[in-house]
Ligand binder design. Sequence first.
Ligand SMILES: C[S@@+](CC[C@H](N)C(=O)[O-])C[C@H]1O[C@@H](n2cnc3c(N)ncnc32)[C@H](O)[C@@H]1O
Length: 246
Amino acid sequence: MNVYGEVFAGFYDRRFGAYAEKAAPYLLRFYALLPDSLAHLPILDLGCGTGRLALRFLEAGHAFVGLDQSSHMLFLAENRCRRFVLERKGRFLQEDISRFQIGGPFGMVVSTYNVLNHLESEEKLRLCFRSVRRCLAEEGRFLFDFQTLRGIHEWASTESAQWEAEHIQCRGELDETRGTACMHLKGEVEGNAFEEEIVNYAYPLEKVIRWLGEEGFKRPDFFRIDDLKTPLQEPEKQNRVVVVAA
Ligand SMILES: C[S@@+](CC[C@H](N)C(=O)[O-])C[C@H]1O[C@@H](n2cnc3c(N)ncnc32)[C@H](O)[C@@H]1O
């Protein structure tokens, strides 16, 4: 489960990479508006995937560290950002984001496209928050997107499709009582077969607020990725929210 193997990593990059690309300009703008004291600090990306967000930040002059548990996703990330890796401005490390220890301080810790929804327990989510708190600069921000309960419901039903042109079968399955959605993907890319199960866990946002608070963060605000200035009044009614904690 949530393996992101070799064949799937390439498929993911082509099929889903656009999400991080679209998020990048909003995140860059958000970071530019934070206090000047953060401007020279590196950025940390949890579940950096194939490095699309990394490349945008590196190109904008920020040092960047990406963590991911999949060596195959990291391989693509390193390739994509090779120039910056050679200059030692970009680093990609194989780590479990629910228990990592890294220096710092980082000006911002980001995570895009449901990565934190991959953590399957309250304990793992809290350990992740604790690790972030330890490496985040005093005035820094922790910003991650998160599928709500409503969001995983939608995800499990609308993504259920067969991408015939790509010979991929995709079936979503919802377990409403556990608040989980499982996406089964099966197919072939250029003659190579793969099978993956991506499981997303949704947690009530009130709990996320409480756990963040207990790990040393102030009460977070919730936004849409394309408007990181106007807090949402009813975040639980969205499919996906961006959580910003300090
Ligand atoms: C949906 S992808 C998102 C990738 C990238 N952030 C993006 O926006 O395209 C989820 C990523 O999180 C990684 N991941 C999932 N659970 C993880 C964990 N516990 N520790 C580290 N990485 C994890 C996966 O390997 C995968 O690369």
